[in-house]
Design a protein around this ligand. Structure first.
Ligand SMILES: Nc1ncnc2c1ncn2[C@@H]1O[C@H](COP(=O)(O)OP(=O)(O)O)[C@@H](O)[C@H]1O
Ligand SMILES: [Mg+2]
Length: 163
């Protein structure tokens, strides 16, 4: 069952997430209870310190790693304003990573923090309304860009809508 949309006790500050730091600690998830964990990564040597901080690439192998290859739950840190490319063959877990941040998939192990806030106890709307995504598949809405912005926010108009 899906978590509640809004949870007053855990609602984040209105300005959250102001910076965009993403931390995943010992994270894994799965699509259904009887399926294998996904977002497991190949256990490789850590990146050398300072390796291309601006455009780090993260390789995911999910559970499609060769049988017997060591793998571990996913831990990573993305700094505010850091640009990350996620690469991996089909089935590696690129889409699952996004589903995890939006909690369309819930954590089985570990946690995800955005600007140091653990996203697990948040209401789903409290979380998702603060995040933006540009989907792979184009979607066309009729109307003006401004009306698109209004509908995304539940029809409320604000001072910045005309910009
Ligand atoms: N709807 C689904 N149901 C069950 N397993 C899935 C589903 N979507 C993806 N998976 C599994 O999750 C793993 C990662 O897939 P995915 O995140 O779609 O990879 P990518 O986006 O890198 O191609 C794969 O092993 C895939 O089989
Ligand atoms: Mg994908």
């Amino acid at each position: 069952m899906e978590a509640p949309l809004e949870i007053k006790e855990t609602r984040p500050d209105p300005s959250w997430p102001a910076h965009g730091a993403v931390t995943m600690v010992d994270y894994s998830t799965r699509y259904r209870p009887e399926l294998d964990l996904v977002l497991r990564v190949r256990a490789t040597a850590p990146e050398p310190p300072g390796a291309c901080a601006a455009r780090r690439l993260m390789r995911l192998c999910a559970h499609s790693a060769p049988v017997g290859a060591p793998s571990q739950n996913l831990s990573l840190e993305i700094a505010p304003r850091e640009k990350i490319g996620v690469v991996g063959r089909t089935g590696a877990g690129k889409s699952s990573l996004t589903l995890a941040i939006f909690r369309i998939l819930e954590a089985v192990t570990g946690r995800i923090e955005l600007d140091n806030v653990d996203i697990a106890p948040l209401g789903l709307h409290d979380l998702r309304s603060r995040l933006s995504i540009i989907p792979q598949d184009p979607v066309l809405f009729s109307g003006t860009p401004a009306s698109g912005r209004h509908s995304r926010r539940g029809g409320r108009r604000g001072d910045d809508d005309a910009r």
